[in-house]
Write a protein that binds this ligand. Structure first.
Ligand code: PBG
Length: 331
C-alpha cells in the first residue's frame, strides 16, 4: 500500500518526538552539556630535551621532555584546555622510588617550567610510586607485600615535593589507606594549605590501564595490584573509600576507570554531592583509537558520546587523553 494513503491519527497529548525534530529544538532541551573547562589532560613527562615520543598503544599521546611539555600545555590552552595532570617517567628507578620526590626529576621540573610559561594553567600531579620503583609496585615492598604505612611516608614526600615546585593540586593514585590524611597534614604543616588534593578514591584494579603502563614503564615485575586497588565487582565499598577520603580532607574525589564504572560515578555523585572526577583511562582511549583506525566506528561521535555519558553519570571533571580533541569538537 502507498504509505501516503495511511491517515491514522493517533490521539496523544504527549508526543516526545516533537522536541527532537530540529537541531535547534534538540539543543534547547539538551540535558547534558560538555565544556572544555571540565577536561583535564594527562601528560607524561620524561628526561631529556626535545623529546616527543609517541606511545605505540596510545596514538596522539607522547612522552614529552619538560620543554615539549610546556609546548603541549600552550597548545592545549589554545584549544581551550587549561588543566593538566602530570605523570613522571624517570630514567632511573630504585626499590623505594626515590626520584618520586627529587626536586629535579621530570615532574617537579615540569611544574616549574609550566608555571613560568603559563601561570594561569592549572597543574595537577599524579602521586604514586609505580613509575619510580624498579619492581613497578605503587609502594614499598616488604616480604613480597606492599607495606601500607611505609609507602604512605614515601607518597607524602612526593606530594610535598610537588607542592614545593608549585603544583596547584596533588592527586594520590596509589590506593594506600590513610594517604589523603597524611598528605593533607604534611602540606598544611609546611605552609601549603592552599594545595588541593584530588583523591583517586575509587580506583579499580582494571585491565584498562595496560597502555598507560606501556607509556610509563610501570607494569609490576611480579604479582598485581589487587591488594590495594578495588575489586571491579564492588560498589558499596567505593562509597566507603570516598567517604574516608572526604573525611581525610580530599577536595575532589575520583572514580577510575570511567566507562565500565558509570554506575559508581552516579552513586558517588548522588551520595556525597562532592566535586567528582572520572578518569577515562588509557585502555578506554586505546579501544576507541583502535576501532577508529580500522574504520569500525565514527571516532568524533564515539568520543563525544563517551564524554557525554561520563558527564551524564555525574562527573564534574573528566580526565582524558581526548581532552584537546573533545574541546576542539565542541568549540
Ligand atoms: C598510577 C596510575 C595508573 C594510572 C594513573 N595513575 C596506573 C596503574 O594504576 O597501574 C592509569 C591511567 C591510565 O590507564 O590512563 N600511577
Amino acid at each position: 500500500m502507498n504509505p501516503t494513503h495511511i491517515h491514522t491519527a493517533l490521539t496523544m497529548t504527549r508526543r516526545l518526538r516533537r522536541l527532537r525534530r530540529t537541531p535547534a529544538l534538540r539543543a534547547l532541551v539538551r540535558e547534558t552539556r560538555l565544556s572544555p573547562d571540565m577536561f583535564m589532560l594527562p601528560l607524561f613527562v620524561c628526561e631529556g630535551e626535545g623529546v616527543r615520543r609517541e606511545v605505540p598503544s596510545m596514538p596522539g599521546v607522547f612522552n614529552l621532555s619538560v620543554d615539549e611539555a610546556v609546548k603541549e600545555v600552550e597548545a592545549a590552552k589554545a584549544d581551550g584546555i587549561n588543566s593538566v595532570i602530570l605523570f613522571g617517567i624517570p630514567d632511573h628507578k630504585d626499590s623505594v622510588g626515590s626520584l618520586a620526590y627529587d626536586a629535579d626529576a621530570p615532574v617537579q621540573s615540569a611544574i616549574r617550567a609550566i608555571k613560568r610559561a603559563a601561570p594561569d594553567a592549572l597543574v595537577a600531579t599524579d602521586v604514586c610510586l609505580c613509575e619510580y620503583t624498579d619492581h613497578g609496585h605503587c609502594g614499598i615492598v616488604i616480604d613480597q607485600e606492599i607495606a601500607n604505612d611505609p609507602s604512605v611516608e614515601q607518597l607524602v614526600r612526593a606530594a610535598v615535593s610537588h607542592a614545593v615546585a608549585g603544583a596547584d593540586m596533588v592527586a594520590p593514585s596509589d590506593m594506600m589507606d590513610g594517604r589523603v590524611g597524611a598528605i593533607r597534614q604534611a602540606l598544611d604543616e609546611r605552609g601549603f594549605a592552599n594545595t588541593a588534593i584530588m583523591a583517586y578514591a575509587a580506583k579499580y584494579c582494571s585491565a584498562f590501564y595496560g597502555p598507560f603502563r606501556d607509556a610509563a614503564g610501570s607494569a609490576p615485575q611480579f604479582g598485581d595490584r589487587r591488594s590495594h586497588q578495588m575489586d571491579p565487582a564492588n560498589s558499596a565499598e567505593a562509597l566507603r573509600e570516598v567517604e574516608l577520603d572526604i573525611a581525610e580532607g580530599a577536595d575532589i574525589v575520583m572514580v577510575k576507570p570511567a566507562m565500565t564504572y558509570l554506575d559508581v560515578i552516579a552513586r558517588v555523585k548522588d551520595t556525597f554531592d562532592f566535586p567528582t572526577a572520572a578518569y577515562h583511562v588509557s585502555g578506554e582511549y586505546a579501544m576507541l583509537k583502535a576501532a577508529a583506525r580500522n574504520g569500525w566506528i565514527d571516532e568524533p561521535r564515539a568520543m563525544l558520546e563517551t564524554m557525554t555519558s561520563i558527564r551524564r553519570a555525574g562527573a564534574d571533571i573528566i580526565i582524558t587523553y581526548y581532552a584537546r580533541e573533545a574541546a576542539r569538537a565542541i568549540a
